[in-house]
Structures are given as structure tokens and as C-alpha cells.
Design a protein around this ligand. Structure first.
Ligand SMILES: NC(=O)C1=CN([C@@H]2O[C@H](COP(=O)(O)OP(=O)(O)OC[C@H]3O[C@@H](n4cnc5c(N)ncnc54)[C@H](OP(=O)(O)O)[C@@H]3O)[C@@H](O)[C@H]2O)C=CC1
Ligand SMILES: O=C(CO)[C@H](O)[C@H](O)COP(=O)(O)O
Length: 472
């Protein structure tokens, strides 16, 4: 008789750890991996959890090992492999079985898969999972999209395996269809901005203040007890302390300065642009990763232009103190942008995304987990209809307090040729957002001049054209 209550397909970093987490929580799990050797390795390493694991060599055995109605988690490389897995599973599954894609899918693929499976009798869930290897093993943040009824069926196992923040599970149903994968995408977009701003601040300390990795690590360590307290700040301090066995140097000093990217950051930016909701800090972070990858070109440009000489160098500790508050201000803008993009998507796709819940399930388990997210959860609970996080009382105060430091750091960086594109993007966003009378009047005049596009007047209704005297 089939013993497993759930199945996991894909035993890479995430799938293997998720399966162990499920078994650890008392569930019997069937597992399958395309490359059978990996399944065997997994079974051999399962140790005491092996009793609750059925390792299957074929997809047929895998399906037969799970009690119907079967929840099947697919945790394979995003994109085509997911379609291939669904196609292979479909003829083997029965009505009411649930396919859960837990990888980093593009939410547009997820929406297509919902449509493709419509009428098949199978239920589909698009589920974002964050937390990396450790989160998958001991408690990730889980963002579920699909029918609420489907969530109700899998909620016990998903809440059991999720991270807990002060006892509250970091797993929630966020809306129909692609909602879960959209939220995961924006989570990653914010992750990109957070990481980029941390890297920029590291760059100021390394290149402007000539601090070594260990000294910088101590700064991040100190910050992790303040308002910046977060997983990303903690791991930054940790990685800066690690030495390379071969050279004895700090490991960061021997790592190539070219960042990888698998797509979620870029998708965040594409979607934000499509909806006309700017996410300047995230955009800058994605662009910075792309520029980082152009190593040969950067080397040529360095030869051609060099870097500006130091100007207005202030006492190191003063700069370090400013950096902490500047980073906090940048973080406020980046998160405000991410949440604004989700609000726009919620309207566009009719998801009714619960912003406070999203912030709550990001407080533990995921890569951007932090104390800050608890404050965001409180802000959205107290002012659920606020147009932008920066307009909530708590975050307005935070920005008023920290904005002068961001301004000073961006200015100092500009004068010294230090690249801080995400911090500058955050500042530009804030300065543009808070200015009642902007400069788009001139753009409207230019558009009307060259293209007769028309403009609105401050003092009269309707569309108008300028007296360009035939020059337009
Ligand atoms: N690593 C992380 O920190 C996180 C990753 N994710 C997402 O989780 C998913 C899995 O990532 P991760 O575990 O890191 O990836 P890994 O590279 O560790 O493992 C990839 C898995 O996908 C399988 N696979 C690849 N191509 C196919 C295919 N065509 N058909 C069937 N199976 C295939 C591999 O099987 P095989 O052994 O046969 O090659 C393997 O099981 C991805 O969508 C990723 O973006 C989400 C959150 C965090
Ligand atoms: O989803 C994740 C973390 O939340 C994955 O680690 C993802 O791979 C990160 O994105 P990238 O590889 O583009 O840096």
C-alpha cells in the first residue's frame, strides 16, 4: 500500500532539503530525481529519516508510492524542465492530485500552466520558496498562489515545514493563479537591491576608507545589533571574516567581481516597468550585476579613464556612521518600491495581495528576513490602504531621520567616483516622489513641440497645444 503522504521531484539543493524537512516533520515523503544516482545518494544520506522516505527510481513508482489525492512538489530547474516534468506526470496522476511547482518560476509561465491544466482534473499551485539550502532544510518562507481550496488541502504540511517567526508560520496563501510566484519574484528583486546596497557600502569602506575585510566585517557585525539587523547583514559579516586556505587572504579578495543572476531580479524590473511603477533601487541592482559581468570592457574603461582622485575625504568613523543610516534609507526606498510593484500587480491581476501578510511571512526563513520586515508588517496592518510604504507614519519618520545621511553618502561617493547606483537610485526616487512640482512640464512641452502630443494646463481643463509657431 502507498505509504507516502506527499512527493518531491528534484533532489538538487532545494528539493533534497525540502524532502528532509518534510520527513523531519513526521510526514512520509516519496522522492524522485531525473538522474537516478542522485536519488540513491539522497536515500543513503537520509540517515534516521530514511524510514519516512521512499526513494523511487521511476516516475511510475513515485506516483504509486503516494496516497491519493497526491500532493507532488516539483523542485527542479525553472523553465522548460518544469513543463517537461508536468507533461511526464500528467498521464500518471489522477483527479484531485495536486502539482505544486516550488521553483523560481516566472509567474507568467505559472499562469500559462494554470490554463494548460484547467479541465484536466488536476490541481495546480505555484509556490515561491525562499531560504536557500538552510531554509529548505529547517524552515523556508513559503508563498502560495492558486485556488484557496487547494491551499487548504496542503496547508498542514506547508505550515509544518515553514519557518516560524515567534511561533507564527511563515507560509501563506497569497492569491489565485500566479500570485505566489509573483511575490517570490519581487522578494528576489528586493533581495537584489538589498545585496547591491550592502555591496556599495562595502565598496565605500574598501575603496574610499581603505578598510580591510576584517575591519569591514566588524562594522557589519555591529550594525546587525541595530535597525539593519537582518540575515543579509549577518552573512555579510560572516563572509568577510572567512579566509582562503590557498592564499591566506580574505576569501572576498580572491573572488571575481562578476555577479551571476538567474532571472528573478530582471523579471521584477521588467514587470515593474510594464506596470509603470518604478523600482529604481531594484533596477540599479540588476544593472549593476550586468555591468559587473562586463569585466573585459570595465578593464578597458579603467585603463582609459582611471578613477577620480579623492576629494573631501572625511574622517573614517564619520563616514561609517553615515553609511549605516544611508543604508537604512536606501532600504526603505527599495522595500517601498517592491511593495508598490506588488500593489500594482495585485490591481492588474485581481489578486488582492495581502501586504501585511507578505511582510509577516518574510520575517523568518527567507533571504531578506529581518527585524525591518516586522516593522513593515506593522505599518501595513495599521495603514493597509497607504499608497506607498514611505507615506506610512513609521516609515515617513524613518526616512526623515535617515535621508540626510543617504544624501551625504551619495554626494561623497559621486565626488570620489565610487559607484553607488542603488543608493543613488533610492535617493533619486525619494527626491522625485516628494517634489510636488516636478520637471515633466518641460517634457510635455517637448513632446508637443515635436509630436503634437498635447498637454494639460494647470489653469484650464482639456488637452492643449503650445504656440510653437509652426516650428513643431
Ligand atoms: N538554490 C537556492 O537558493 C534556491 C533555488 N530556488 C529554485 O529552486 C529550483 C531548484 O533549484 P536548486 O535546487 O538550487 O537547483 P539544483 O541545480 O541544485 O538542482 C536542479 C534540479 O533540477 C533537476 N533538473 C534540471 N533539469 C531538469 C529536467 N530537464 N528535467 C527534470 N529535472 C531537471 C536536476 O535534476 P538532475 O539531478 O537530473 O540534474 C536537479 O534535481 C529552481 O527553480 C531554483 O531557482 C528557489 C529558492 C532558493
Ligand atoms: O531564490 C533565491 C533566493 O531567494 C535563489 O538563491 C536565487 O537563485 C537567487 O537569485 P540569483 O541566482 O539570480 O542571485
Amino acid at each position: 500500500m502507498a505509504a507516502a503522504e506527499i512527493g518531491v521531484i528534484g533532489l538538487g539543493v532545494m528539493g533534497a532539503n525540502l524532502a528532509l524537512n518534510i520527513a523531519d516533520n513526521g510526514y512520509h515523503v516519496a522522492v524522485f530525481n531525473r538522474t537516478a544516482a542522485r536519488t540513491e545518494e539522497f536515500a543513503a544520506a537520509a540517515g534516521s529519516l530514511g524510514d519516512r522516505v521512499t526513494a523511487c527510481a521511476t516516475l511510475e513508482d513515485f506516483v504509486a508510492a503516494i496516497r491519493p489525492p497526491r500532493p507532488v512538489i516539483i523542485m527542479v530547474k525553472a523553465g522548460e524542465p518544469v513543463d517537461q516534468q508536468i507533461a511526464a506526470l500528467k498521464p500518471l496522476l489522477e483527479a484531485n492530485d495536486i502539482i505544486i511547482d516550488a521553483g523560481n518560476a516566472n509567474f507568467r509561465d505559472t499562469m500559462r500552466r494554470f490554463t494548460d491544466l484547467d479541465g484536466s482534473g488536476l490541481t495546480f499551485i505555484g509556490m515561491g520558496v525562499s531560504g536557500g539550502e538552510e531554509g529548505a532544510r529547517h524552515g523556508p518562507s513559503i508563498m502560495v498562489g492558486g485556488a484557496e481550496e487547494a491551499w487548504n488541502r496542503v496547508e498542514p504540511v506547508l505550515t509544518a515545514i515553514s519557518a516560524k517567526y515567534q511561533g507564527e508560520p511563515c507560509a501563506a496563501w497569497l492569491g489565485e493563479n500566479g500570485a505566489g510566484h509573483f511575490v517570490k519574484t519581487i522578494h528576489n528583486g528586493i533581495e537584489y537591491a538589498d545585496m547591491q546596497m550592502i555591496a556599495e557600502v562595502y565598496g565605500v569602506m574598501r575603496d574610499h576608507l581603505s578598510m580591510d575585510a576584517e575591519t569591514i566585517a566588524a562594522v557589519f557585525s555591529a550594525w546587525s545589533t541595530g535597525p539593519l539587523d537582518s540575515y543579509l547583514i549577518d552573512i555579510t559579516a560572516d563572509v568577510l571574516m572567512v579566509h582562503d586556505a590557498a592564499t591566506g587572504r580574505p576569501i572576498v579578495d580572491v573572488i571575481v567581481d562578476a555577479a551571476g543572476q538567474k532571472g528573478t531580479g530582471r523579471w521584477s524590473v521588467i514587470e515593474s516597468q510594464m506596470m509603470g511603477v518604478p523600482a529604481t533601487a531594484i533596477e540599479a541592482a540588476v544593472a549593476a550585476r550586468s555591468l559587473s559581468a562586463m569585466r573585459a570592457e570595465r578593464a578597458k574603461a579603467h585603463k582609459r579613464f582611471g578613477v577620480p582622485g579623492q576629494q573631501n575625504r572625511r574622517e573614517g568613523q564619520l563616514v561609517v556612521d553615515d553609511l549605516e543610516k544611508a543604508l537604512l534609507a536606501g532600504k526603505v526606498a527599495a522595500y517601498a518600491q517592491g511593495f508598490a510593484v506588488m500593489a500594482a500587480a495585485s490591481r492588474e491581476f485581481g489578486w488582492n495581495l495581502p501586504m501585511a501578510t507578505i511582510a509577516r511571512i518574510w520575517r523568518a526563513g527567507c533571504i531578506i528576513r529581518s527585524r525591518f520586515l516586522d516593522e513593515i508588517a506593522t505599518a501595513f496592518t495599521e495603514t493597509p490602504d497607504v499608497e506607498n510604504l514611505v507615506l506610512s507614519p513609521a516609515f515617513s519618520s524613518m526616512l526623515v531621520e535617515t535621508d540626510p545621511y543617504l544624501r551625504r553618502i551619495v554626494a561623497e561617493a559621486a565626488l570620489n567616483g565610487l559607484p553607488v547606483p542603488a543608493l543613488a537610485g533610492a535617493l533619486g526616487y525619494f527626491d522625485t516622489y516628494r517634489r510636488e512640482r516636478g520637471t515633466a512640464n518641460l517634457i510635455q512641452a517637448q513632446r508637443d513641440f515635436f509630436g503634437a502630443h498635447g498637454f494639460e494646463r494647470l489653469d484650464a481643463d482639456g488637452e492643449h497645444h503650445g504656440p510653437w509657431g509652426g516650428q513643431g
